[in-house]
Design a protein around this ligand. Structure first.
Ligand code: ZN
Length: 241
């Protein structure tokens, strides 16, 4: 492991166009659980699996049940950036890291100071009335007393989060492809790379410094140039000066 960390440090030192691609594991160290890994827990409390509740058709059919789950399990207004978020923000300030591409929806990269953050699955911090398009912050949404939040115009306020059955934002995808294809180093962390189409983005990388940082093996370990099996926060804070 010492050798692998030395190599990671060396690559970061010599790279000028680093891109980070991250998943739920980046946020678990801020105590935001990955809802996919804890299905069993929710089954006792909800009649449907999270993937069903967080789908577009379910949102339309049973908004009360959707928002009960969403408010209880998806919102963490007090979560704080962890060592991984902070190390990535530092790397951007040093001019080395060009973008963070994330599957997370919690806004913690921006809270840590990162500026170029591409949110593939949207953000809980943004909410829009489905009828008039008015913007609501997370605080606005949480202040609404009714379970299904309503705009002053009567429309339902929908979180700007990509639900199952919904397509990713095309512009965000295109920007991600551009960043990854131009990167001289790609660091992938906190994801098992099983959620498509997001996971397929790393195929656009054309360099020879693809680093996977993940505690468990991923389905794409075979294509990595360097694999580090450590907690993402530990590994990044140690590697970034
Ligand atoms: Zn409205």
């Amino acid at each position: 492991m010492a050798d692998e960390m030395e190599l990671l440090k060396e690559w970061i030192k010599t790279s000028k166009n680093i891109v980070f691609f991250g998943g739920a594991g980046v946020s678990t160290e801020s105590n935001i659980p990955d809802f996919r890994s804890t299905d069993g827990l929710y089954n006792q409390e909800y009649a449907y699996p999270p993937e069903t509740i967080l789908s577009h058709s379910f949102y339309k059919k049973k908004p009360e049940e959707f928002f009960r789950f969403y408010r209880n399990k998806m919102l963490f207004p007090n979560a704080q950036p962890n060592a991984a978020h902070k190390a990535l923000a530092r790397l951007e300030q040093q001019g080395k890291l060009k973008a963070v591409i994330t599957q997370n929806i919690d806004g913690l990269h921006q809270k840590a100071g990162s500026r170029e953050v591409l949110e593939l699955h949207g953000s809980v911090l943004r909410n829009y009335c489905e009828h008039c398009g008015r913007f609501y912050s997370l605080e606005d949404l949480m202040e609404k007393k009714e379970l299904v939040p309503k705009c002053s115009c009567g429309g339902i306020i929908k979180p700007d989060v990509v639900l199952y059955e919904e397509s990713l934002n095309q512009k965000t995808l295109e920007q991600s492809v551009r960043y990854i294809s131009q990167a001289d180093m790609l660091i992938v962390g906190g994801t098992s790379l099983t959620v498509y189409p997001a996971a397929g983005l790393i195929d656009y990388y054309r360099g020879n410094k693809l680093v996977l940082i993940n505690m468990a093996a991923t389905v794409r370990d075979g294509i990595a140039d360097l694999i580090i099996k450590r907690k993402i926060g530990e590994a990044l804070s140690e590697a970034v000066e």
